[in-house]
Design a protein around this ligand. Sequence first.
Ligand code: LLP
Length: 476
Amino acid sequence: AGLSRSARGEMELCGRSVADLISSEAKTPVFVMDVADFRARARAYKTAFDKAFGSGRSQVHYAGKAFLTLELARIAAKEGLGLDTASAGELTLAIASGCDPKLIGLHGNGKSEDLLHHAVTAGIGRIIVDSLAEIERLQRVLDGLPQAAKIPVMVRITTGVHAGGHEFIATAHEDQKFGLSLLGGASEGLSPEHQNWTGRYNIASNDSPAMVAVKLILADERLDLAGLHSHIGSQILDFEGFKAAAKKVLEFRAEIERKTGYLVDELDLGGGYGVAYTPASEPGPNPEEVAQGLYQTVQEVCNELDEPMPFVSVEPGRSLVASTMITLYRVLNIKDQPVGTREDGSIIYRRYVAVDGGMSDNIRPALYEADYTAALANRVSEAPLVAARVVGSHCESGDIVVHNVALPSDLDEGDILAVPMVGAYGWSMSSNYNWFTRLGVLGVDQGSQDSDGTPVTKWLLEPETVDSMLAHFDPA
Ligand code: LLP
């Protein structure tokens, strides 16, 4: 985000004093988003892919699960990005944003008949199927609808590539719930569901689940096998996994062509590009590196296999939005907790700084042991720094905001702390634990300024209130 310090050392976001935002426009805790940063990142991705692949031969989709609002969906669309959705809610939002349905995709390993019906009738650009049962479900939905244009579907492939930060966000190794495997065949004791398919459609007994899916789709003239999809995980810093996955999918594409004569045009290589959460952490690849890296890999493998270049798409979420938001918290309490004894008998203390939010607005430290940093935002302090742990005010000890950060020793109740890099999977994974209200997201937009040159602020999401929660949840 456009975070900086004024000449006097005060923290500013896009030239607006953070202390001033808190006193005049918002209460803590609150997310503040640098909207122009998001716009610039969307544009950088689009430009980099157009440049690497040639115009019209690639498409970047924003993975809305990272953070999505109507305004953001519109900005992404305006910058030429598609929208990747993964639930009924995200799909409904994407459609409501008014962006071209052809640029909307739908993911998910548990799509209901209702959801598929919604996707089909809205005419979205691609449904990424995740299981054989889903194909059958989609066919049932189509049975009940008048014959219309072919429905574009992609098959999500499990490439067997293990990548990503934390086990919960790695998605392409074999033993996890997503995708259709390239391993095994019906003869190797796959599920009765698979046996059922092979019997019905005369599919070879050694076909993998992915190949069975492809054949099922090709056998139904209402469906268009638009592409193959691979998403290997998230917060990935090393590019090797993307190369390995692209190779697997391209080999599978060639196998499909050999076995069926059908050449799949599009390859979606998913998202997953990592970001640096703290100043000490390794930076992730920038859009140029992603686009160039993927282009090179895909081209090399295509040459090796003597296959034509596919249309390539990607679905970054985190790398588009993580850096665009900060959280502002107010310090509620500071406690020096005796945590042990040294050999000489002296006590070891850890400073716990409690703030007015926590795991309900950022579950990532508790769920993935994710690292963040924090800084004093409302004033300048010359005091020496002391190691501290920033914690939330929820009823559990795992409620950590920042595991370890150096903060001024004169930090006091009432001070404001800013936590950067919270734009991805922060608000979007927030909860009402302990009846905390979900935070508002205040957008500061350098791209549109007042007559005196001040960047415009507006709520991208209004803060929830306990009253609004009571009104919503109380059936009476
Ligand atoms: N495409 C698919 C099919 C995905 O499942 C995901 C993320 C993305 C794209 C976007 O990945 P990204 O570029 O954001 O890494 N809650 C976790 C991350 C879960 C990612 C789920 N899928 C976290 O906070 O780290």
